[in-house]
Ligand binder design. Structure first.
Ligand SMILES: Cc1ncc(COP(=O)(O)O)c(C=O)c1O
Length: 367
């Protein structure tokens, strides 16, 4: 499918923001507010395959109003981070896993699959060009956002005959501005995120649009985040907003980690997957299974569930402190960040920021 020479992301850089302005932004970048000086663009067409791979100044797109994806939603994305390490290098975490998930999302939405090497080449080209935008502070990172959409012009529900891949980057501080404080969650019993046979496993724009009403309901009920249940029985816990969930059963040396199985309706998180391994590294038994929402409440009441946390690239690991639903609510543990949550967060960030040995070969040097 690829007909691009992978060495050939043509570099057409622009001047970039003055250093003083950039440094001011990097002091308090927020999340997803400001973007670096450049972006990578790659096009695909039925006749030409992948072509016109180039690094260009960041800037607005001009789109025909009849561009297919605006109407019918063929649009997918990814999210990964680059960190500056103590050795002076800039690294990203498991980018091939993101590239592979991007391919699976594309396949589900009847879009062409970007070759993994081209995805990685795009990340390397952008981070090398905009390296000055990668914060020094280990609490901060450069968030990378690859995405792709149909550019065919014309109405009609069908797979587009042309696509554009773009990669943009945004310096990032904390995703949750309140810091690593336990979040309160709202159980969504009316709205579902994904149903069997649907697009829950894909990172497609429509999944997020469909989630907004439930997130608004969570906010209206005084909660920070929404928790999704399965579509059929509204009983099995799936995910929290844009993050996967973990349950800590028991405590001390006998603590076990349980995360909902990938049933086809959950986004297979790369952080989730990494924690299945890292949990084992720090001596925990890790398992995947089904978690009944009533068992969640009962486990918190009888103390068998000691901690619950959510995990994902953007916010890394976030404790869940309390749960609320139409019929009531309950607290999780002491409502504080528990010791297992804190230990896993520390262990993961130590690898991601280059402060502990990368025994699993998860890091990819970009600069
Ligand atoms: C719905 C959903 N679940 C889970 C995740 C966590 O995935 P990852 O750990 O790969 O960031 C994300 C973020 O990508 C998400 O959007």
């Amino acid at each position: 499918m690829a007909n691009v020479d992978l060495e050939l992301i043509s570099l057409r850089p622009g001047p970039g923001l003055p250093a003083e302005k950039r440094e001011e932004i990097l002091r308090d970048p927020g999340f997803g507010r400001v973007f670096t000086d450049h972006m990578v663009s790659i096009r695909w067409s039925v006749d030409g395959g992948w072509h016109d791979a180039e690094l260009i100044p960041y800037g607005p797109l001009t789109l025909d109003p009849a561009t297919n994806f605006i109407h019918y939603g063929q649009s997918i994305f990814e999210g990964l981070k680059a960190y500056r390490h103590p050795d002076g290098g800039i690294y990203t975490f498991r980018p091939k896993a993101n590239a592979a998930r991007f391919q699976r999302s594309a396949a589900r939405l009847a879009m062409p699959e970007l070759p993994i090497e081209l995805f990685i080449a795009a990340v390397e080209a952008l981070v090398q060009q905009d390296a000055v935008w990668v914060p020094d502070d280990p609490e901060k990172s450069l968030y990378l956002r690859p995405f792709m959409f149909s550019t065919e012009v014309g109405l009609g529900v069908r797979p587009g005959n042309a696509y554009q891949f773009l990669l943009i980057a945004s310096p990032s501080g904390a995703y949750f501005p309140r810091g690593v404080k336990p979040v309160s969650v709202w159980l969504s019993e009316e709205y579902v995120r994904a149903a069997p046979g649907g697009t829950g496993e894909a990172k497609c724009a429509g999944n997020y649009a469909a989630s907004l009403i439930a997130q608004a309901e969570a906010t209206a009920n005084g909660c920070d985040q929404v928790v999704w249940l399965d579509a059929i029985e509204r009983r099995w816990v799936e995910e929290m907003g844009g993050m996967n969930l973990y349950f800590v059963l028991g405590s001390g040396k006998s603590a076990r980690l349980l995360t909902p199985s990938l049933t086809g309706t959950l986004l297979p998180g790369i952080t989730r997957d990494s924690l299945l391994t890292l949990g084992g590294d720090i001596g925990l038994v890790t398992e995947e299974g089904r978690i009944d929402v009533q068992a969640w409440e009962a486990g918190c009441a009888d103390g068998s569930i000691t901690e619950v946390f959510a995990c994902g690239t953007a916010a890394v690991i976030t404790p869940v402190g309390s749960v609320k639903s139409r019929s009531g609510g309950w607290s999780v543990g002491a409502g504080e960040t528990g010791p297992v949550t804190a230990a896993l967060r520390h262990a993961l960030l130590e690898v991601q920021t280059g402060r502990s040995e990368d025994v699993h070969g998860w890091l990819h040097r970009l600069v």
